[in-house]
Design a protein around this ligand. Structure first.
Ligand code: KG4
Ligand code: ZN
Length: 357
């Protein structure tokens, strides 16, 4: 198959992203508008404000990505892909409407991308032409703001959920911990908690690892969240400060580090179990792991999962940190993968899917 280029658009949550990617995996041009400064004062993503910001930025971001790729308009790409779900419906609609209009106007093949599949497929993007590509089947650990799942991936559009979360996702747990400690959130609390944790002792504050009695592949982070809150409130009371946000910096750092340590221990336990299961279950035995989603940008998580994979002789595939969180390249690359298996969509059907199994 000859090389072709795809314009990808992403607007499912609080990032307006666009990118032009070539089918061999080369990223030709990218543009991204983060809304963190808009949502920061509210302590989380406000859907109405997110939609307005997407509307304000979408044309500029798409044009910037095209120009960065040395193109002048969407007429210059071979196809167009856009996230159509899951996500915030009013936000999804902004990107989807733009992408569909361009596909119809320029008569380009169109792909409505599943956001979670797009995160997962980022592990298959050939990051340099010399390296080999992650092949099916593989195990995926998807850890983002909206999701926390283990999936068995056997092909494009063929992904089976082996385990999910009963309540919060790992990303949400980071975001809530950031809020509890009064750290600036908006673009997600993960990076700020990670930074603060570097200054703390991960064993300073004992917290319980979730779901010790359940020997399965599911996650739960709400118990850990309450555990951190209880301890932080007790420390605040003992220290004579009003809220955990007013605790002295070293104590906050210890809380962040201890939270992160146990949150990742939970991931390790679930992941190890899934690995053993797949090693035994499959005839050929799956031995490749894709670590994807926003939280996969976390350096401590990356290092610890790397250790686990080494231990069990598994191959590990992780996108570079900036491509773990939401951006346009993921939509373009997922569309490329779909086009390769002749799976495109009708751009005149206007639906988006807030929930998208
Ligand atoms: O994939 P993503 O950008 O959006 C969703 O599809 O949800 O993930 C966003 C989530 C947020 O919860 C954010 O706090 C978390 O990923 N995150 C991190 C880091 N970078 C982003 N969590 C921990 N450490 C990080 N470095
Ligand atoms: Zn995402």
């Amino acid at each position: 198959l000859q090389n072709f280029t795809v314009l990808g658009i992403e607007s499912s949550c609080d990032d307006t992203g666009a990118a032009v990617v070539r089918s061999d995996g080369t990223i030709l041009g990218e543009a991204l508008a983060s809304q963190s400064h808009i949502h920061a004062p509210w302590g989380g993503v406000v859907p109405g404000l997110a939609k307005e910001a997407h509307e304000a930025e979408i044309d500029r971001i798409v044009q910037e990505a095209l120009e960065a790729a040395g193109m002048t308009s969407a007429a210059d790409v071979d196809a167009i892909g856009v996230t159509v779900g899951p996500g915030l419906e009013i936000c999804l609609r902004v990107g989807a409407t733009k992408a569909r209009a361009l596909a119809v106007e320029h008569e380009k093949p169109f792909v409505g991308v599943h956001h979670l599949e797009a995160h997962i497929l980022m592990a298959r993007l050939p990051y340099d032409s010399a390296s080999k590509q992650l092949g099916f089947p593989f195990l995926a650990l998807l850890v983002s703001g909206g999701h926390c799942q283990l999936l068995k991936c056997t092909g494009i559009g063929n992904m089976t959920v082996l385990g999910g979360t009963f309540d919060d996702s790992l990303g949400e747990a980071y975001d809530k911990t950031a809020r509890l400690l009064g750290l600036p959130v908006g673009g997600g609390g993960g990076p700020v908690v990670e930074r603060l944790a570097r200054e703390g002792d991960p064993t300073a504050i004992p917290l319980s690892v979730p779901l010790q009695s359940r020997k399965d592949l599911d996650f739960s982070y709400s118990g850990l969240k309450s555990n951190v809150r209880r301890v932080a409130e007790r420390l605040a009371k003992e220290g004579g400060v009003e809220t955990p946000a007013n605790l002295p910096h070293p104590i906050k750092a210890n809380l962040a580090a201890s939270f992160q340590h146990v949150a990742i221990q939970h991931v390790e336990q679930r992941l190890r179990r899934a690995m053993i299961l797949l090693e035994e279950e499959e005839e050929e035995g799956i031995r490749s792991l894709a670590l994807v989603g926003g939280v996969a940008a976390n350096q401590v998580l990356r290092t610890r999962i790397e250790g686990l994979c080494k231990q069990r002789s598994w191959d590990l595939w992780i996108p570079p940190p900036r491509l773990c969180t939401d951006q346009g390249t993921m939509s373009a690359w997922a569309a490329i993968e779909r086009i390769r298996v002749q799976s495109t969509d009708d751009p005149t059907i206007p639906d988006v899917y807030a929930r998208y199994p």
